[in-house]
Design a protein around this ligand. Structure first.
Ligand code: GAP
Length: 440
């Protein structure tokens, strides 16, 4: 896919209400976006499928929702206060700021002015807790959800009476004051992470790392439906590793702008627990009943970015079809967009369409079907425009099924069920609709 495809996807996402610029009417704010009616459905479906796959389908992974603002000592212990920074270059002439490692030349990419010496810029957003704004009340918006998990490690271990190996999973917002946010929702200042810390006996971390890389790749392909050829697990080079990391695989997606990371799977050793043990003075050792040994567990962490996964899903499903797929002559002339989303994550699962809108028997029947289906599925009722156009509107947002109610529906209690990808239409009884849609 080329760059112009990326532009098309971005404008499509805005036009159909998936993503809006934050505070749009005020001109926006760099690195922040809002998710509209279809965007939030898609996001929630991705989140729920992650939660189901990582937590509910496993006996030894537990869920958590920790606070965004934590005791600032957490970030001293984790190393973020000291080292969570990017190199920053500022232009002496126009005073624009850039990430030094993103610069191709030694002068300002905007005005070609001379750059000041590069310095480190800490990416954590700062705030104050309580009414006094001094250094004692300073706190940070979390730059990752992971530390909320580490500081709850002992709580989960004790309350769930679990044994090693086990995992703690969390989905939530994270904040980074990125120097150069960009590429639409790829690099944001406010974003959402889906992270899991998996605690293992030291020595078992390589096996766990291999296991999780495979599991996570399978989630993208089998559950989200991303094409395997557009994904790769790349082993990080030594000089790329984060301060805590003993080894890391990046899961990368082949975006229109090139291969880029959507998830990191890191072998973190006992770095985090030993730091928190040191800084808090609390004993975080695990006691193995059988061997009677005490140790700090090692950690393997699959850390997935929801916004980047959302973007990868959109890019992968976005298809441009030559000519018209739908039946009206006007659409035959135009190119059509088709969003080939897996049915389990599509924002709208079923569209209910009365063939005509000026026959009350038909619209009443259609509303009856709609009210029945919306108990189980996310549905949309649409009676405006020619039927071909309505199919097209649904194809564009990835709705896998369209149900059309016509004159025969009133007599026979049946409808036409249309499949988005094959455009095949089958006649089915209204009473069978829920189970047929559920099976697909
Ligand atoms: N706890 C480990 C951690 O936070 P990371 O590689 O810095 O590791 C994990 O982040 C994931 O979070 C990334 O793979 C990416 O998907 C997402 N992410 C990180 N920074 C982001 C940003 N500025 N905007 C959007 N997503 C981001």
């Amino acid at each position: 896919m080329e760059n112009n495809s990326f532009e098309k996807i971005i404008s499509f996402a805005k036009r159909r209400g998936f993503v809006f610029q934050s505070s749009d009417i005020y001109g926006g704010i760099g690195g922040f976006y809002d998710f509209g009616p279809l965007g939030i459905e898609l996001r929630n479906n991705i989140k729920n499928s992650w939660w189901n796959y990582m937590v509910r389908q496993r006996d030894n992974v537990f869920g958590l929702d920790s606070s965004i603002i934590m005791n600032p000592n957490v970030w001293k212990a984790s190393g973020h206060t000291e080292t969570f920074s990017d190199p920053l270059s500022e232009c002496k002439k126009c005073h624009k700021r850039f990430r030094t490692d993103h610069l191709k030349e030694n002068n300002c990419p905007e005005c070609k002015g001379e750059l000041m010496e590069s310095r480190n810029f800490n990416l954590m957003f700062r705030t104050f807790v309580g009414p006094v704004e001094d250094s004692a009340s300073m706190a940070y918006l979390r730059p990752e959800t992971a530390q909320g998990i580490f500081v709850n490690y002992r709580n989960i271990l004790n309350t769930q009476r679990t044994k090693i190996p086990f995992g703690i999973a969390q989905v939530g917002k994270a904040f980074r004051n990125e120097i150069t946010p960009g590429n639409f929702i790829f690099r944001l200042r406010e974003f959402e992470q889906m992270e899991m810390e998996y605690f293992v006996e030291p020595g078992k971390e390589d096996e766990a790392l291999e296991y999780w890389v495979e599991q996570r790749m399978n989630w993208y392909v089998d559950i989200l439906g991303i094409k395997r050829e557009n994904l790769r697990a790349r082993k990080q080079e030594k000089d790329e590793l984060a301060h805590y990391s003993k080894g890391c695989f990046d899961i990368e997606y082949n975006f229109p702008v090139g291969w880029s990371e959507i998830e990191g799977i890191a072998s973190r050793g006992d770095f985090d627990l030993s730091q928190h043990q040191k800084f808090s003075g609390e004993d975080l050792n695990y006691f193995d009943d059988q061997t009677k040994e005490k140790y700090l567990p090692y950690v393997v962490e699959p850390s997935c970015g929801l916004d980047r996964t959302f973007l990868a899903v959109l890019c992968d499903a976005f298809t441009e079809v030559e000519g018209g797929r739908t039946t009206t002559t006007e659409s035959n002339k135009e190119k059509e967009f088709l969003l080939k989303l897996n049915s389990n994550i599509a924002p709208i699962k079923v569209a209910v369409l009365p063939l005509v809108k000026n026959k009350e028997e038909i619209t009443n029947k259609a509303k009856e079907v709609y009210n029945m289906l919306k108990k189980n599925f996310s549905c949309q009722y649409d009676e405006t425009g020619a039927i071909g156009r309505r199919y097209r509107r649904q194809d564009e947002i990835g709705t896998p099924f369209a149900v059309t109610i016509d004159f025969d529906s009133i007599i026979n209690d049946d409808v036409t069920l249309r499949n988005r990808d094959t455009m095949e239409q089958q006649r089915v009884k209204i009473s069978d609709l829920t189970s047929i849609i559920n099976e697909n």
